[in-house]
Design a protein around this ligand. Structure first.
Ligand SMILES: [Fe+2]
Ligand SMILES: [Fe+2]
Length: 189
C-alpha cells in the first residue's frame, strides 16, 4: 500500500528510525544534563564547525552517532562516558574560521583537542575515558593510539559526521532535523 509516495514498509522503517532518534536523545539528555544546559555549551552554537553546521550541532550529532554505532555493533562500553566525551570532544570554544593575532588557529586540526581538554577539565571532573576521547579523537592526526573502545567509537563517529557535514549531505533531511532540533533545544534550555 502506498501513502504520500511511501510504501507501508518504508513508513514503518521511517517511524522506527524516528523513534530510535528520539530514544537516543533521551539517553543523551539523561547522561549529560549539566553539559547540555551549561552556558559555555550553549556558546558553541555561535561557532561554525563545517559548512553551515555549528559546533553545537556537530558534537550532538557525534554523541548520537556514537550511541548508534555502539548499539548496532553491540559494543559493551560505558555509554555515559561515551556520550559525555562526545559532547565535549570539540570544546575548544572559538571559531577556527576567524583567526586573530593572538589565536591564528593555524593547524587547528592538530591543536584543538588539547584546547578542548583544557577547557573541559576546567569545568568538569573528567574520567580517564572522557579525557582519552577528547585528547585522541583526531587520530591518526594525533599520533597516540586511542586507549579505550569509547575513544575508537567517537573517533569513527566524528569522521563520519564531519564527512557528512562537509559534503552537505544533511541538507536533504534539513526540515525534519531542524524540527527535531528545535524540540531538543526547547527542552534543554
Ligand atoms: Fe575535533
Ligand atoms: Fe568533531
Amino acid at each position: 500500500m502506498k501513502g504520500g509516495g511511501r510504501t507501508a514498509g518504508q513508513s514503518r522503517r521511517w517511524i522506527r528510525g524516528l523513534e530510535c532518534y528520539r530514544a537516543n536523545w533521551r539517553k543523551i539528555r539523561k547522561a549529560a544534563p549539566d553539559i547540555l544546559n551549561s552556558r559555555n555549551f550553549h556558546r558553541t552554537r555561535q561557532y561554525i564547525q563545517h559548512g553551515n553546521v555549528t559546533v553545537n550541532d556537530h558534537v550532538r550529532d557525534v554523541a548520537r552517532i556514537s550511541l548508534v554505532i555502539s548499539e548496532k555493533l553491540n559494543i559493551r562500553c560505558s555509554r555515559e562516558e561515551l556520550i559525555r566525551g562526545a559532547l565535549l570532544h570539540d570544546y575548544f570554544l572559538y571559531d577556527w574560521h576567524y583567526p586573530d593575532r593572538e589565536h591564528p588557529h593555524r593547524l587547528h586540526g592538530f591543536f584543538h583537542p588539547a584546547r578542548a581538554l583544557k577547557n573541559a577539565s576546567a569545568e568538569y571532573n573528567l574520567t580517564e575515558r572522557e579525557k582519552d576521547i577528547i585528547r585522541k579523537h583526531m587520530w591518526p592526526l594525533t599520533v597516540a593510539l586511542p586507549k579505550y573502545k569509547e575513544t575508537w567509537i567517537v573517533t569513527a563517529a566524528d569522521k563520519l559526521c564531519s564527512l557528512r557535514e562537509t559534503a552537505r549531505l544533511r541538507r536533504g533531511h534539513g526540515a525534519i532535523l531542524e524540527k527535531l532540533k528545535q524540540e531538543e533545544n526547547g527542552e534543554t534550555e
